[in-house]
Design a protein around this ligand. Sequence first.
Ligand SMILES: [Zn+2]
Length: 104
Amino acid sequence: MIAKKSMVYQKRSFPERTCVSCKETSPKRELIRVVKMTDGQVKIDQTGKISGRGAYICLKDTCWKSKSLKKDLSRALKADLTSNVFENLVRYAETVLFQQRLKD
Ligand SMILES: [Zn+2]
């Protein structure tokens, strides 16, 4: 019998989330989660376990550099992001994106 490379993985389903910027769906682990915590603080959640209202942004540079990202994210989180908070998020995301690329 010829041992064919298994195609089993194709049918496994992963939870998918929509990027607030490009509106494309990707597996959850390929997106960066931003969370508005119960105390109102907004931060990037690398564990995916922080409770609060979450929004997802994919790993594409274009999404993080989108001019409407601040607005899209504010709407998704129902939070009024200040420029300061937003810039911190983007800066942090850049380091996360950089780490992700090293892994690939
Ligand atoms: Zn995107």
